[in-house]
Structures are given as C-alpha cells and as structure tokens.
Design a protein around this ligand. Structure first.
Ligand SMILES: NC(=O)c1ccc[n+]([C@@H]2O[C@H](COP(=O)([O-])OP(=O)(O)OC[C@H]3O[C@@H](n4cnc5c(N)ncnc54)[C@H](O)[C@@H]3O)[C@@H](O)[C@H]2O)c1
Length: 323
C-alpha cells in the first residue's frame, strides 16, 4: 500500500513513517523542513527511513497546490496520514495568518487532491487543544470544541470541520486523531519534557506555570500514539474523531520531580502565571478509541521519560555546551 505522510520528517511523522516502512508499506514523505525548529534535526529523524527501498522523500510545501498535485499524479497514494502543520499554541499568537495558511489552506489542498485521486483512507491529525479550557473530565470526543484558546487550536478545529465536509461530499473514509501532549525520542524541542531537560542540563531555570500546582497534562508516549495512528488508518470508516491520549494526567510539579529523579539533576523553577492560551488540564477519554481501534496507551510516564532521557543523552547531550 502506498501511503503519503505529510510532515513525515517531524516528531510524530518520522515515527509514523518508520512504522509504516517496518510493516512493508511504501511511504511518500512530504515535508518542507520548516524552520519552526532546527531542520537538521528533522533530517536526522529520517536517517533510518532514508535507507529503506520503500521510502521516497519529497520536499514540498503544503501550500503549493501545484506541487501537491504533482505528487498525487506521480505516486498515486492510496492512503494519506496528514500530520504536517505549524504546531504550538503560544507561537501562533504572533502569526495567526501563517497558521491559517498552512494548517487550514494546506489541509484543503490535500483534501481536494485526496478526493480527486480516490484516496481510500485519510487520517487527519488534530489536538487536545480543541477542547480549550473544558472543565468536564475526561474529555470525550463529543464534548464542545468551539472555544479554542489560540489561533493554532482554532486552525486545527477548522481542519477537522473541513475534513467532515469533504467526507460528507465525497465519502472519503476519515479518522481525525486528537493527540494529547506527545513525548519521547525525537520529541519537539519546544515541548516538555525536552525543554525542561534541556534547561536543566544547561543549568538554566525552567519556567513552570503556576509552579506546576493543579496543572495537569495527559502525557502520551510516542509509540502509543503511532500505534493509534496506524489503527485509525487501517480501520478508517465513515468520519470518526478519536482521542489518542494516556488517559492518566500528571500534575506538572510531579512531572518535574520525576524528571529530577530520572536525570539525577535539580530543576531551578521560575514561576509564571498561566498564559491565556493554556488549559488547566488535559485528560483524554480513550473509551471510543479502545472500542473502535483497539487503542490502549500502555506506557507509564516513568518508563516513557526514562526512554526519552536515554535518547537525549545519546543524540542531544554531546552537542550541549554548558555555560
Ligand atoms: N506533539 C504533540 O504533542 C502534538 C499534540 C497535538 C497535536 N499535534 C499535531 O501532530 C502533528 C505533528 O506534530 P509534531 O509534534 O510531530 O510536530 P513537528 O513540527 O515535529 O512536525 C510537523 C512537520 O510538518 C512540517 N511542515 C510544517 N509546515 C509545512 C508545510 N507548509 N508544508 C510541508 N510540511 C510542513 C514540518 O517541517 C515538520 O516536520 C501536527 O499536526 C500537530 O498539530 C502534535
């Protein structure tokens, strides 16, 4: 099966590409290596994939409809996993129009080509951020998602809704997957735990909103996410939205204590108030994903963080210059 993975050089994308290749799929990886963070890191993410015969890398921008059409014409993908996006709620405040162009406009180009080339299954990446500051927990897929707290979250909600429209018009089977704070090897350098560990290593203070008290995130290990993405692809039917999360939120102050324990370093805390883009808690109900996809996030945060730390020491630590 030929699968087009957009954003395939990124954190979640590169792990998805590897998993598809391992099971024998042919993968067309589309990425423009956007400098949201170091593009060299993204190239390294593809080091193993690039040695595989079933792998094709196409450097192109999602906003370039003509280039996208060329990819569909040449490779005729049967499946699409759409992960490319500008991520990050806080950075999106400075650049809402750009986020709209990539995350909404780019998605429309892709949806349009998927229906023109009769794609059989489509997975669209969304986020727990669509739930905004919901107070009812755990978050269920049918809960209100019409109060996103950032331009980023609003663009992801818009993409979900457009996905529905295309499904309804043309019948493309579509799974929307809402990820909850994904972490692990190749993790994004703007997200915890990367940013916390990195600052601890450099002996710099870490910014902890509200000192991490009564602030919870549903940290989800990358391998669990990839298993969920593949199941959502294989079992895509109709239009369904799935939470993919650990369903076990961790209070941020405990998260930092765990990192201290695992790394053997001490964190210097700089307390800051919670920005308006941030919810107090994220907490996935994964009942639906369990029922329809057989999804189960089995990785305990202690184990996942230990694996992340192993990776960081191998891949990042050697290049860190301490002050
Ligand atoms: N990491 C998380 O915790 C998390 C949580 C919720 C949702 N998500 C969603 O998951 C997806 C993957 O996120 P990630 O954490 O792997 O981020 P990432 O930044 O590592 O990966 C995104 C990739 O998309 C590429 N890209 C960006 N703009 C592009 C464009 N115009 N054309 C082509 N490629 C482009 C980037 O170069 C990058 O490689 C995104 O859709 C994101 O919104 C991630």
């Amino acid at each position: 099966m030929t699968c087009l993975v957009t954003g395939g050089a990124g954190f979640i994308g590169s792990h998805t590409v590897d998993a598809l290749l391992r099971r024998g799929d042919r993968v067309i990886c589309l990425d423009n290596f956007t400098p949201y963070y170091d593009p060299e890191r993204k190239r390294r993410n593809l080091a193993w994939a690039a040695t595989q015969p079933g792998f094709v890398l196409v450097e192109a921008d999602l906003r370039d409809a003509e280039a996208l059409a060329g990819i569909f014409e040449r490779y005729r993908p049967r499946e699409v996993v759409h992960l490319a996006a500008l991520p990050g709620p806080r950075p999106s405040i400075a650049n809402p129009a750009l986020y709209e162009q990539v995350n909404v406009g780019g998605t429309v180009h892709l949806l349009e080509l998927a229906r023109r080339y009769d794609v059989e299954r489509f997975v669209l990446a969304s986020t727990s951020s669509v739930y905004g500051r919901a107070s009812k927990v755990p978050f269920e897929e049918g809960d209100p998602t019409d109060r996103p707290l950032s331009p980023y979250a609003a663009t992801k909600k818009a993409a979900e809704v457009l996905g529905y429209t295309f499904h309804s018009l043309y019948g493309t089977p579509m799974s929307v997957v809402r990820f909850f704070t994904v972490y692990g090897p190749r993790g994004r350098p703007d997200m915890t735990p990367y940013v916390f560990v990195d600052r601890m290593v450099r002996e710099q203070p870490i910014v902890l909103f509200e000192r991490g008290v009564e602030l919870y995130r549903d940290y989800t290990y990358i391998d669990d996410i990839v298993a969920g993405v593949l199941a959502a692809l294989d079992r895509a039917q109709g239009y369904e939205i799935f939470n993919l999360g650990n369903s076990s939120p961790v209070e941020l102050q405990r998260f930092v204590a765990l990192l201290e324990q695992i790394t053997g370093m001490r964190a210097v805390i700089e307390a800051q108030p919670l920005p308006p883009t941030e919810p107090l808690i994220t907490y996935a109900s994964t009942e639906k994903a369990r029922r329809l996809l057989g999804f189960r996030a089995g990785t305990r945060v202690e184990d996942g963080l230990a694996r992340f730390w192993e990776w960081y020491q191998l891949e990042v630590l050697p290049s860190v210059r301490r002050p």
